[in-house]
Design a protein around this ligand. Sequence first.
Ligand SMILES: Nc1nc2c(ncn2[C@@H]2O[C@H](COP(=O)(O)OP(=O)(O)OP(=O)(O)O)[C@@H](O)[C@H]2O)c(=O)[nH]1
Length: 366
Amino acid sequence: MQSADVSFQPRTPITIKLIGLGGCGGNLVSTLQLPAAQIGVIVANTDQQDLVGRTTVPTRILLGPQLTGGKGAGGHPQVGAEATLESEPVLAQALAGADLVVIVAGMGGGTGTGAAPVVARLARQLGALTLAFVTMPFQVEKGKRSRTAEQGLASLTATADAVVVVSNQKILRFVPPRETLSNALTYSNTILSAAISGVVEQLSLPSLMQLDFSHVRQTLSNAGQTMLGIGSATGSDAAQRAVQMALRCDLLEGHLMKARRLFVSIIGGNNLGLHDVNNAIAQIHQTIDNEMDLAIGVVSSPHQANPDRVRVTLIASEVDSFRRPAGASANKSAPRPKPPVQSQAPALRKYDDLPPFLKLHRRGSA
Ligand SMILES: Nc1nc2c(ncn2[C@@H]2O[C@H](COP(=O)(O)OP(=O)(O)OP(=O)(O)O)[C@@H](O)[C@H]2O)c(=O)[nH]1
């Protein structure tokens, strides 16, 4: 069993800019609880009313005032994209100096879908590692909205470094039949918020383990569409159980064993136990392929309300998803995955610490 050396390490601070696009993106970034001093939060929308009325984020950008007059994109991504191009100089100013740009948007409408690829291209041109967190629509929104969302996702995947997708429809499968649509949205927002803060907090707080930004950049740049796993637990072996949850997460689309790059964020409170973290990291090494490029970060967050809670976010990228020059073979350089290893770590004893959407699913499927 491999173990990890866990000790306090200094880290060069990086500049992070988080930008929420359209209604969904604006909602999400406005409600995230983040160590604000280190992170520049921006919301941008074609809808002036939304910008004025629904967020208190200080940096608000009206996209395409000449084109749309602040009246929204009317569900047309082409309008969202053109409005964003019109506002590119303002956006460039807001994003300047960022090492990491995190884009948040809902795919399927006009603004987020059209703006996200334009902002991703701009952020990369400015030299930032560019990650996008997006929702895909519910089936009830089907038809044009779904097609719009698929096209938007394809275009975003071609421009951002890495894209984390949370499908509203998939979340609905974990929600009891009588639950309201707005509660389903809350579940989806909880997952997205957990994933975003897992990355942003990890990279903005002092590190307990050596993880420099250049390694994160190497792991996530040109990663394409990724897999997401999240876990959360409290108690004496919280880190181990949270890691187990993330490794087995129902949200993971694809096979973790086929992943070639893996970013793992472990965030605890003031009571984070070093032996627990050490065992959790050993567990990750046991589960994944030795050839995988692995970037693990561990931080203890003073902002966390419960000092016993440990949160884990895992972003994995399969070799088939990497963006590569046309004509290059996907599997040529990929080492063969080793067969799954039977974990020697203790099995999950209870699911009480899981976020409710996963808890419901586990119970329902047991
Ligand atoms: N999880 C989650 N999804 C949302 C939320 N709001 C909207 N969505 C999803 O995101 C998609 C796009 O909606 P919006 O973000 O409101 O659209 P927009 O980008 O502002 O586009 P326009 O209104 O046409 O300018 C919707 O089809 C929903 O599936 C939210 O608060 N949470």
